[in-house]
Design a protein around this ligand. Structure first.
Ligand code: PEP
Length: 255
């Protein structure tokens, strides 16, 4: 396979009855060959990680949707330490999804929490999809680059240069997540380009060139082909469509 494969992540969020899960696993297992150019990672909710790992085709990886700040197992009720995910045989986690940053009525995760979780997960041996993205009012105020780069800067500040081989940045404009309003290829490319330029400047040219920057926000089989043509779009993080057979169409779009 080429040196840098596209990454297609499927984020099921808090969805998945046992019956629905069996159905999606079947769709993926019977979905035909995965293009050599693509690496596919599915993130089911925590209670389904074992089931999906045991039942999903082995060429699709399984990811957690979040992991804990703690570096060690212990008295952290309800938390998922990255070291335990790794021990369980998982190699991926999503960190800093906008829904977690928002907080579900609670305080939510700050840039600093997201950055620390990223570092803790990388140190545990996991690959991380670290999410960044602006809200609608921030975009309308012309602050998209500022917001995204300050989220990215928090993450970059905690990582050593060698950690970047384990990190994928998911650009997910909040106004596009779950809304059906996908960013245009030009809108996404503009932000992806500034993310790569930032990493080149702050970390190094090689890390920037190898970094996978994936787009998330209402990606569908119909919008994926246009987005993937852009030079700095290295794959997708897919929410809603990852619960349907449209996800297979998205995977095929990277060929
Ligand atoms: C997501 O949850 O990361 C996401 C991009 O969701 P959706 O594809 O449904 O917008």
């Amino acid at each position: 396979p080429p040196q840098k494969r596209y990454l297609i992540g499927g984020n099921w969020k808090a969805n998945g009855t046992l019956a629905q899960t069996a159905g999606i696993v079947k769709i993926l297992n019977q979905g035909g060959a995965i293009p050599l150019e693509a690496e596919v990672v599915i993130a089911p909710p925590a209670h389904l990680l074992g089931y999906v790992k045991d039942n999903l085709r082995p060429d699709v990886a399984v990811s957690a949707q979040n992991s804990a700040l703690t570096t060690k197992p212990g008295a952290f009720t309800g938390e998922l330490p990255a070291v335990l995910l790794k021990d369980f045989g998982l190699n991926w986690v999503i960190v800093g999804h906008s829904e977690r940053r928002e907080g579900f009525g609670g305080p939510g995760e700050t840039d600093d929490v997201v950055a620390t979780k990223t570092k803790v997960a990388v140190d545990a041996g996991l690959h991380v999809m670290a999410c960044v993205g602006e809200k609608l009012e921030q975009r309308e105020a012309g602050k998209t680059t500022e917001v995204v780069l300050s989220q990215l800067n928090a993450i970059a500040s905690k990582l050593a240069r060698e950690d970047w081989s384990k990190v994928v940045i998911a650009y997910e404009p909040v106004w596009a997540i779950g809304t059906g309003k996908v960013a245009t290829p030009e809108q996404a490319q503009e932000v992806h380009e500034s993310i790569r330029a930032f990493v080149k400047e702050k970390v190094g040219a090689q890390q920037a060139a190898l970094l996978r920057i994936i787009y998330g926000g209402s990606v569908k089989g119909s919008s994926a082909p246009g987005l993937i043509l852009k030079p700095d779009i290295d794959g997708f993080l897919v929410g809603g469509a990852s619960l349907t057979s449209d996800f297979v169409t998205i995977i095929r779009a990277v060929k």
